[in-house]
Write a protein that binds this ligand. Structure first.
Ligand code: SAM
Length: 253
């Protein structure tokens, strides 16, 4: 995978390119609530919090403070500017080195950030240090052998293959976590409501705020966007099709 430096790219457009509608956010929060204990408040970590797409919503849903941990200064700046909440703070850090005390959180979300982590065994141990016994990790990531099929991916040469190659197989991720003392509490998929029309989705995709686009060469990008534009032109106002995305929940005994 070509690694992404979010301070150099994507931070300007990420919030727009990856915007979630209220209904989409509600579906994700419902899935996270179903995977976490019912008691409140819960103290949370949003690891790889980016522009804070989920961070304030976590504080609202679980009634406790949430620390967004994010290595990119620019992504944190956007988060500060866009998503204020009295119970939310954003700190520099990584999954491998969390800027929080041991046993201080009831849960962590890693949303679309696990594939960016360089030292995954260390991150699994570090998350086990920060989260209390009985606490949970919501790992929203893709797996090369349980890979979603977004409708637009097929238009790009090598699309599915290039996207799936960014991710590990499920058993490898589980082995990393079980070696660090975690156990699997649940595995399923979440299907967001449609992100709007196909034309709206094409406009967001043009911002290239997905690591996938960095894996293609300029010819592949040009061919893919040309094919996608032709397909969208045939029905620009049709709703963008939905697709299922995996959610792995891990628990500390
Ligand atoms: C695709 S964004 C996801 C952001 C946010 N969770 C969301 O869903 O919008 C991936 C984020 O992971 C961050 N990241 C990169 N390396 C990381 C690491 N080692 N630990 C934690 N986060 C990391 C990036 O800086 C980026 O903000």
């Amino acid at each position: 995978m070509r690694s992404i430096d979010y301070d150099a790219e994507q931070h300007q457009d990420y919030a727009r390119g990856r915007a979630l509608s209220r209904q989409q956010l509600r579906v994700w929060m419902g899935a996270f609530e179903a995977a976490l204990p019912e008691r409140r408040p819960l103290v949370g970590l949003d690891v790889g919090s980016g522009t804070g797409r989920f961070t304030p919503a976590l504080a609202r849903a679980f009634g406790g403070p949430v620390t967004g941990v994010e290595p990119s200064d620019r992504m944190r700046e956007v988060a500060h500017a866009q998503s204020r909440h009295p119970e939310v703070c954003y700190l520099p850090g990584t999954a491998e080195e969390l800027p929080v005390p041991s046993d201080s959180a009831d849960y962590a979300l890693m949303g679309w950030s696990w594939h960016h982590v360089q030292d995954r065994p260390r991150a699994a141990r570090e998350l086990a240090r920060a989260i209390r016994s009985g606490g949970r990790l919501l790992l929203r990531t893709n797996f090369s052998d349980h890979h979603p099929r977004p409708w637009w991916l097929e238009y790009f040469p090598r699309g599915y293959e290039a996207d799936a190659s960014l991710f590990q197989p499920l058993h490898e991720v589980i082995a990393t976590f079980t070696s660090a003392g975690w156990r699997v509490a649940g595995f399923g998929t979440v299907t967001e409501p449609s992100s709007g029309t196909r034309a709206e989705m094409l406009e967001r995709l043009r911002l290239r705020t997905l690591s996938f686009f960095a894996q293609l060469d300029p010819d592949e990008l040009e061919t893919g966007f040309r094919r996608l534009e032709e397909a969208v032109a045939a029905g620009p106002d049709a709703p963008a099709p939905v697709f299922a995305e995996p959610l792995l929940t891990l628990e500390l005994p």
